[in-house]
Design a protein around this ligand. Structure first.
Ligand SMILES: [Zn+2]
Ligand SMILES: [Zn+2]
Length: 145
């Protein structure tokens, strides 16, 4: 296969490991309201991996939701640390793996954005706020906030 890449990662507590092979371009950022609510974030990027190309180690907790379309989507996450891992079809044919826990996430640029109708109103202003290299306890924050 052309442009196939290997991805891997684990949940925050380390109980679940996922690895797989996917096409570089198969990354989709979903801006639907369910993704916003599940993640507490403006959108969720996923890389699409076929059943035969994914290896899941550990016990994934699953939650079934019915989309507006009527389709059932199974949401997989770690029952211990809450890390969101994937959405899958009921027949397990395809897994949409969340890129945020994958070590390769920085190379997984979304090729498509879906549900743009519900994107957060400030998405195009994301670079306009003040950006800090460090976290909330770093000196620069105390000096500049
Ligand atoms: Zn975990
Ligand atoms: Zn979504």
């Amino acid at each position: 296969m052309n442009n196939q890449i290997e991805v891997n990662g684990n949940c925050h507590c380390g109980k679940i490991k996922i690895s797989g092979k996917c096409e570089q371009g198969m990354v989709v950022a979903c801006h639907c309201t369910d993704c916003q609510q599940f993640s507490g974030a403006p959108f969720r990027p996923v890389v699409i991996i076929k059943k035969d190309d994914i290896i899941i180690e550990g016990q994934v907790t699953e939650y079934s939701k019915i989309a507006d379309s009527g389709n059932e989507r199974i949401q997989g996450f770690c029952g211990t640390c809450g890390c969101q891992l994937y959405a899958r079809a009921p027949d397990k044919s395809v897994f949409n793996v969340r890129t945020g826990f994958l070590k390769q996430q920085h190379t997984l640029t979304p090729a498509k954005h879906i549900f743009g109708q519900s994107k957060v109103a400030w998405i195009e202003k994301i670079l306009e706020g003040r950006w800090h290299v460090g976290g909330p306890d770093s000196n620069e924050m105390h000096l500049n906030f």
